[in-house]
Design a protein around this ligand. Sequence first.
Ligand SMILES: [Zn+2]
Length: 196
Amino acid sequence: MIEPLERAVKELKRLPGVGQKSAERLIFHLLTRDEEEVDRLSQAIKDLSTRVNRCKVCGNFSTGDKCDICSDSQRDRSKICVVSRPWDITKIESTQKYDGLYHVLGGLINPIEDVAPGDLSIGKLINRAKSEEVGEVILALEPKTEGESTSMFLVKKLRPLGVEISQIAQGIPVGRDLEFTDKATLGKAFEGRRDI
Ligand SMILES: [Zn+2]
């Protein structure tokens, strides 16, 4: 394989779920497209690193300092839903069952992978929960071991603040990522959330 092809295949193979065969297929496909289309794709990918930031308030993806949700005056500012990753927000938004704000932890506490509470955006969450306008914190972390232990840790930290703490209903199969949970199930999980 000539050098530019080999390099493109090598880069694509770094992506999750892309092996040698599918990388080659994608490259060969791109080679048959016109230059403009390939340029559009490469610009879109480039924009991911140059135009996408993290919201300074909640950690969601954003093109400015504040994400669309934090800047939206229609959102219920008394509720903060805690998720581990920004794409969980997209998933929850698609259910249209939630109108509050979010907070992205940036992962889950995981001693095996050396993720400690200090590595996550927990201090920031505590500060936000201290604000007068916040009345409820909803935990929407994956119902697997790390999610459970992170939720327990957060409850301990949030309890003294006198804020209401709830958890989305466990209709989500154990070990399933929110990402792979279907919309209807996640929507129901939100409606059926309970105090903890
Ligand atoms: Zn935000």
